[in-house]
Design a protein around this ligand. Sequence first.
Ligand code: NAP
Ligand code: NAG
Length: 370
Amino acid sequence: MSLPTYHSISDTNDYYAKGQLAPERPARCRHKKFFRLIAASTLAVTVFYGLQHVSRTGFPHIFRTFCSKSLHGSSTQLPSHYTLPSGDKIPSVALGVWQAGKGEVGAAVQTALKAGYRHIDGAWRYGNEAEVGEGLRLSKVPRSEVWLTSKLWNTFHAPEDIEPSLDESLYHLGTDYLDLYLIHWPVAQHEDGTLNTELTENPYPTWQKLEELVAKGKVRNIGVSNFNVRRLQNLTANPLKIQPAVNQVELSYWNPQPELVKWSKENNILLEAYSPLGSSGRVKDSLNVPEVKEIAAELGMTPAQVLVSWQVQRGNVVLPKSVTPSRIIENLRIARIPEHLFNKLGKAAASHKPERSVDPSERWGLDIFE
Ligand SMILES: NC(=O)c1ccc[n+]([C@@H]2O[C@H](COP(=O)([O-])OP(=O)(O)OC[C@H]3O[C@@H](n4cnc5c(N)ncnc54)[C@H](OP(=O)(O)O)[C@@H]3O)[C@@H](O)[C@H]2O)c1
Ligand SMILES: *[C@@H]1O[C@H](CO)[C@@H](O)[C@H](O)[C@H]1NC(C)=O
């Protein structure tokens, strides 16, 4: 049996504390055997003197004491969730499932939920929602404890097409509601893939239907993805009943978008960082960035953990994708980067020409990001 160990994301958060999950080991607690021994004795003593005195944060606090050197004290905490305008708490790290193939994504979801993930970022378009749903069911983690996101595909933006597509996602996922539903792209297409210019340039009718689906209880929160500031301003210039809670965009070392991060904070829209590792095509480059490697070595983290942590420390949700069990576990173990290193990484990321990993503009015949 593995021992309950310190949770590296946060100890102040009731979301994880309430759950039955065993918190993760910190990324940088190096002396594992010694740590386990101490943890075991501490646990035994704690049990002996009465578990009733162990508060919600008792275990993490106790274990942090033994890790404080490598974790540089209590300043290592990053938020494990953010609170949306609806009051719902969205976990700050999700498992992304784009390009997670059939036959592997179900196992990845199970691994993730076992490891402590409580947020899966999916989409109708990924074509794997049935297997995601099956993974969720097999994990035995209650639906109510998991944050499920799906996205409305381009060809279903017409108001009458939205609910049937949502129902399909719900059916495949095996649930009767989504925690978050996003407009996948600011691009409305006809069935044959040609551009619906009117609905692309004015997504208000699409949004109104999403608002209706919230009222109906099929969706708890709504947002957008791949929207730039102009498109968001155009949408929110309408008399919305519900403001977009989230904008899911590409945020990586290669495309850090500091202005969008700043604007979104000022406008109370939470950003979700997709392709945080540079997506499949550039993950090697990302993990080899000198500043990333340097920070990783200094903190005893892996380069991937530095990049995932960096996004949360910038105030964003982060959506690393992996179907590899060790990486899935690795990516959840995030920790705060000391200020001077955090700034160094931000500077390095902003000092080269921004490059996108994902941009179907040409294929779809419009300048999506302008
Ligand atoms: N809204 C949108 O339009 C949009 C667009 C793109 C992505 N997204 C979302 O964001 C998620 C993540 O983006 P992404 O899939 O483009 O790319 P990503 O998460 O930046 O990178 C995924 C790649 O990194 C590898 N990897 C993961 N963890 C690793 C680690 N610790 N060490 C080494 N390699 C690691 C994965 O390999 P293995 O899987 O083989 O382990 C995979 O090849 C997507 O799954 C999706 O949910 C949304
Ligand atoms: C958004 O832009 C479209 C296209 O330019 C325009 O027709 C629409 O009126 C704009 N919406 C608002 C609320 O300004």
